[in-house]
Design a protein around this ligand. Structure first.
Ligand code: C2E
Ligand code: MG
Ligand code: MG
Ligand code: MG
Length: 285
């Protein structure tokens, strides 16, 4: 059995090939054309100050809408793009879009929001990353300190020596660095001290398992503060979790309780509403 792909090539499927492997092959082929066919977009999820509940920044999250497969989750296609060597091109596109979009909302609303962009292991190992970041900043006009790059522990640990070198190059540009999904990987507290990072993002699983907070999470937050890191909790879905984290001195939060990831137009509406609420409360004293 052969299936004609749009570009005149054929792909062969063994009849016994399981559905999952078949979908993978189809997604791989589709991924090649996703950028040029404008199937990607970037959504933005607000990150709020846990005391004032004001939005301080947003995380850029890539979305892929395919005409046939529908919305493909990032956890499915990012690893594919990574394996197939496409994450460099895609990641560069996200970086440029995110800097441009956030500079635009900052101009429009007179804000100084920062934007966080996820960087995969392969991007971190690529010699192009530093140049791509420099270009994205220059072309958008976004100040370097408004850009944060999220790295995962597993990506760093693949080659810690090289990671540190790239991180130092990025820091020299003036951007901020964070550790994403902290606590899910091979967390070693000793390397945290040696890495040039600014922010620790506590993985959603801590928040989900312990919405009322516990000594462990509090100790992690205290330790991060000793290392001069600011702490963001991911995946806050309830007021109970939000209050517990705030009481544990967690600096910022992100999660469905505050806002879901949303397209640019919705983000603008969200920020406009936030500005209205703020001025209304100022007027009413
Ligand atoms: P992440 O960087 O840890 O992003 C946070 C994920 O948690 C997002 O999933 C977000 O939608 C989800 N989330 C936020 N708040 C809540 C909540 O309250 N409850 C729950 N259940 N989930 C929440 P998403 O957008 O599906 O992205 C999944 C992962 O894909 C990201 O995890 C990141 O590792 C990766 N990813 C997304 N965009 C990019 C990208 O542009 N480049 C790279 N390299 N990876 C990306
Ligand atoms: Mg992230
Ligand atoms: Mg995360
Ligand atoms: Mg996560």
């Amino acid at each position: 059995k052969a299936k004609a792909l749009g570009d005149g090539s054929f792909q062969f499927f063994e009849p016994e090939m399981c559905l999952e492997a078949r979908r993978r092959l189809q997604l791989e082929a589709a991924l090649h054309r996703a950028l040029e066919q404008r199937q990607f977009s970037v959504h933005y999820q607000p990150r709020v100050d846990l005391r004032s509940l004001r939005t301080l920044g947003v995380e850029a999250l890539l979305r892929w809408q395919h005409p046939e497969f529908g919305r493909v989750p990032p956890l499915e296609f990012i690893p594919l793009a990574e394996e197939r060597g496409q994450i460099g091109t895609i990641g560069c596109w996200v970086l440029e879009a995110a800097c441009r979009d956030v500079q635009h909302v900052n101009d429009r609303f007179g804000l100084a929001l920062h934007v966080s962009v996820n960087i995969s292991a392969r991007q971190l190992r690529s010699p192009d990353l530093i140049g791509q970041v420099r270009t994205a900043l220059a072309e958008s006009g976004l100040p370097a300190e408004a850009l944060e790059l999220e790295l995962t522990e597993s990506a760093l640990i693949e080659d810690l020596g090289q990671s540190v070198q790239v991180m130092q190059g990025l820091k020299a540009l003036g951007v901020r660095l964070s550790i994403d999904d902290f606590g899910t990987g091979y967390s070693s507290l000793s390397y945290l001290k040696r890495l040039p990072i600014d922010v620790l993002k506590l993985d959603r699983s801590f928040v989900a398992e312990n919405p009322a907070g516990d000594g462990f999470v509090r100790a992690l937050i205290d330790m991060a503060h000793v290392l001069n890191l600011s702490v963001v909790a991911e995946g806050i879905e309830t007021t109970v979790a939000m209050e517990a984290l705030r009481d544990a001195a967690c600096d910022e939060g992100q999660g469905y309780l505050f806002a879901r990831p949303m397209p640019m137009a919705e983000l603008e509406a969200f920020l406009a509403q936030e500005a209205d609420t703020a001025s209304a409360s100022t007027i009413s004293g």
